[in-house]
Structures are given as structure tokens and as C-alpha cells.
Design a protein. Structure first.
Length: 251
């Protein structure tokens, strides 16, 4: 068995799929895993793959042209899941996809298809919830900062949503769990960066700052509620507790 390993990154995963497919070792003799590998198995050859933009783009193009745009979306969202088996699931899905073409998205009883749909659905669901849970606080020089801590890697997807709605504002969204951030300068394109230890510690202080809008929102939230009709069970269903850590009204 040959095990191809890569870092948990979109381009790394696509490049790993490309190299595994091009190896010619046979799909039954190949497995894909994310790094770090917890424990290597006996009689397995482990091959580390680094990202190569050209190879990653070839995989993207092949999925869109030979399968379908919907299949590409499933793969994209699944690749940003927090599940460690996602790389292997995507590889097995593409084996079927390149064989059956666009019909693969209709083969909903196939276990491989069901699995990739489940991974994709979990990511898109969390992204939609986080659109509602994101809270921006205005700091000096008119910079808006938002902290999130999602299960899946949805930072860039969420930032694209706000880039379309806040194009003329300077803002930043930080993923505290992964210590990454997307920065959007006023009237410019956003970019993603990895935070240093010092930058991350400084950004933690921003949640303690309160502006007039923070105060107004808290007043509105607690005033509009009807205490006699409070339903904690329903509230927890609509907004799970782990999303409230960085929400102004629950802090």
C-alpha cells in the first residue's frame, strides 16, 4: 500500500490527488491521508506531497470539464471540512466521477457520493450560520474586527460574503482556532495571512473594546426579548452554544 500524505490545505490536497492518480500504482493500492500522520502502518510506503499550483489547477479544471460544476463545489467544500478522512473521500469520489461523468451527482445511494455530500453539507451549513453569528467591533481608525472559531475552515468563504457587502470598509476576520486572518483594506481586494504569536495576542484584546454600536446592540437584544416566552431549548437548536463564544450579546 502506498500512502500519499499532504498538509491540510486546498492546493496541497489537489496536488496530492494529482500525484496519486499519476503514480500508476492502481487505485486499490493507494490511500490518501492528511498530515501529521498519527501512526504509520507496517508494509506501507509513505510519500509526502507539496503543493504545486499548476497541478492543482489541472485537477480543478478536470473536475469542472469532465464531471460538473456541482461536483467541483462538493469537492471544494469537502476539502475545507475538519474531518481527517476528507482527502481519501474526495479521491474515491473523483474515481467514480471521472468514470460516470456528471451522472455521479445523481447517484445519491452510492456510499462514496453520500459521504462527500455529507462533508460538503456540514461546511456550507456552518458557513451560513456563521454569517449570522459574525460580530464586528469598530476600533480606532475605523477598523472593524470580527473573531470566529468555527469547526471547519470557512474563513475565506465567510470573508468573500462580507467583501461583497462591505467593500468600502477596512475590516478583518480572524479564525482564532487556526490563528489565521483575512484582511480587507478599504476599496481593495482582501488577502489571507497567518498570524504570528504576537499578532494573535494583540488581537485578543480587541474583543474587550466596546463601541457605541456594541452597546446599542446589547440593549436592543435584551430589550426586545420577552422573558415569559423564553425558550432555551429552541434557542440552543437555532444557535448552538459553541457559536456564541464571540457573539457580543452572549459574552
Amino acid at each position: 500500500m502506498t500512502v500519499f500524505t499532504c498538509r491540510d490545505n486546498w492546493e496541497d490536497i489537489l496536488t496530492c490527488i494529482y500525484e496519486a492518480w499519476a503514480s500508476g500504482k492502481g487505485h486499490r493500492n493507494i490511500r490518501l491521508e492528511l498530515e501529521p500522520v498519527s501512526q504509520q502502518e507496517l508494509f506501507c510506503e509513505y510519500i509526502h506531497i507539496d503543493a504545486e499550483e499548476q497541478k492543482a489547477m489541472k485537477v480543478c479544471s478536470a473536475i469542472r470539464k469532465k464531471i460538473s460544476w456541482q461536483a467541483y463545489q462538493w469537492v471544494y467544500y469537502a476539502a475545507h471540512s475538519a474531518r481527517p478522512e476528507k482527502t481519501e473521500c474526495i479521491y474515491r469520489f473523483l474515481i467514480l466521477g471521472f468514470h460516470f461523468g456528471k451522472k455521479i451527482t445523481e447517484m445519491l445511494t452510492e456510499n462514496t457520493v453520500m459521504r462527500i455530500m455529507e462533508l460538503s453539507r456540514r461546511v456550507t451549513n456552518e458557513e451560513h450560520i456563521m454569517r449570522e453569528a459574525a460580530r464586528f467591533t469598530c476600533h480606532e481608525r475605523g477598523i472593524y474586527v470580527c473573531h470566529i472559531e468555527p469547526e471547519h475552515d470557512i474563513l475565506l468563504m465567510l470573508a468573500e460574503y462580507f467583501e461583497d457587502r462591505m467593500p468600502s470598509e477596512t475590516w478583518m476576520i480572524t479564525d482564532d482556532g487556526r490563528r489565521t486572518a483575512v484582511i480587507h483594506p478599504k476599496d481593495q481586494r482582501m488577502y489571507q495571512t497567518v498570524l504570528t504569536e504576537k499578532e494573535w495576542e494583540q488581537l485578543q484584546e480587541t474583543e474587550r473594546i466596546k463601541d457605541i454600536y456594541t452597546t446599542l446592540w446589547n440593549e436592543f437584544f435584551h430589550t426586545i426579548g420577552i422573558r415569559e416566552r423564553e425558550n432555551r431549548k429552541c434557542q440552543n437548536t437555532m444557535m448552538p452554544l459553541h457559536y456564541r463564544k464571540h457573539m457580543t450579546e452572549f459574552m
